[in-house]
Design a protein around this ligand. Structure first.
Ligand code: 13P
Ligand code: SF4
Length: 351
């Protein structure tokens, strides 16, 4: 059921003082310091009452907030207990000691947390926060491509539904995809659903024949290699850093490619004077304050699904306990095998 925004707002107004307050904002300067390069003081005065209410309620509910690297800075720095890429958040879901997980990310991430921690309540602040990759394939699709390559293992990106994970042999994320594919005991390996991640892996793992599903990410598929060449010409010396969901010619044109946490590590280690992150817009914003010496330049693309998560909806989910993610027990059991195999293999490979 879609969120009833007017009911949500009137109920929240009855329970919390959410009036913008410069005084409250000033008293929460230790949090604001982490984002003052990218969030203006008037905006912080609007966010501060929500951040305070969420952080108080979080303790009352014994909840933890897992925030993906694509969350906006007020969510990433203001309320998240743990931040990271898909692999790091999936692992964190197995480790946290809490009754409730609030997933600040998209639906497949919340499902992954529920699959790994079935006894915890997993809240999704907006059930409509989907993903074009997860929507591109079903369990029947997995069986269809499997039947075309008999005996080949199916490696599915975590950006998939629980049913697709259950129909797969093992999962991967952008931070371990090449190593997971390389470790398969078969010459042919099927990758679903991201054709571009698969093509980037195929280039890095030439000893395997990688075949793929034709899905793509609506954020990363928009970049072209010509965009990168034009940008380099216009702004010489800029380090171009691309997520592997970008088409291979874009990744080839970039100076570095990695998962969202790989990108953060690269920029933190290298500290280039100028960097263009060829990925979702919030990435640069979230690391801008910790890297004052780096000038983040150039265009970025927004993920409409990630941007569905707001402070207001997070507060509502914790207040109402609505938006609980459920996964059918049989599906969860099979899906857990695929995710756990990925986590175990990643640990074994030291990723
Ligand atoms: P990461 O695993 O690199 O965080 O990527 C998740 C995602 O959805 C990128 O679009
Ligand atoms: Fe899905 Fe792309 Fe959004 Fe990531 S950025 S959640 S892959 S649509």
């Amino acid at each position: 059921m879609p969120l009833d925004l007017s009911h949500m707002r009137s109920t929240l107004a009855d329970h919390y003082d959410l009036t913008p307050s410069a005084k409250l904002a000033a008293s929460m300067g230790h949090i604001y310091d982490r984002m003052d390069r990218v969030v203006s003081p008037p905006d912080w005065a609007i966010y501060a009452p929500y951040v305070k209410a969420i952080n108080t309620l979080k303790k009352e509910r014994n909840a933890v907030i897992l925030g993906h690297n694509y969350m906006t800075p007020e969510i990433f720095h203001g309320i998240s207990d743990f931040v990271g890429d898909s692999l790091q958040l999936a692992i964190k879901a197995t480790e946290v000691d809490a009754d409730v997980i609030v997933q600040c990310g998209v639906h497949f991430m919340a499902e992954t947390s529920k699959i790994l921690s079935p006894s915890k309540t997993v809240l999704m602040p907006d059930m409509d926060a989907g993903c074009s990759l997860a929507e591109s394939i079903t369990a029947e699709g997995v069986e269809d491509i499997r039947s075309r390559y008999p005996g080949a293992p199916v490696v599915s990106y975590v950006n998939t539904t629980a049913e697709v994970k259950a129909a797969s042999d093992i999962c991967c994320t952008s931070s371990n995809a090449a190593q997971i594919v390389a470790a398969q005991d078969s010459h042919t390996v099927i990758m679903t659903p991201d054709q571009y991640l698969a093509q980037n892996v195929a280039r890095d793992v030439p000893q395997k024949k990688v075949v793929w599903w034709e899905g793509s990410c609506i954020v990363h598929e928009q970049y072209t290699a010509q965009d990168l060449r034009d940008f380099r010409e216009w702004n010489p010396g800029t380090r171009l850093i691309a997520h592997p969901e970008c088409p291979p010619d874009v990744v080839n044109e970039a100076d570095f490619s990695g998962s969202t946490s790989g990108i953060i590590k690269y920029v933190t280690d290298e500290k280039p004077d100028k960097a263009m992150l060829i990925t979702e817009c919030s990435m640069a914003s979230n690391i801008a304050d910790s890297l004052p010496e780096v000038d983040f330049v150039g265009p970025c693309n927004m993920c409409p699904y990630m941007k569905k998560i707001t402070l207001e909806k997070v507060l509502w989910s914790l207040h109402s306990m609505e938006g609980q993610v459920e996964v059918d027990a049989e599906v969860a059991k099979k899906a857990r095998l695929s995710v756990q195999r990925m986590i175990d293999l990643s640990r074994q490979l030291g990723i």
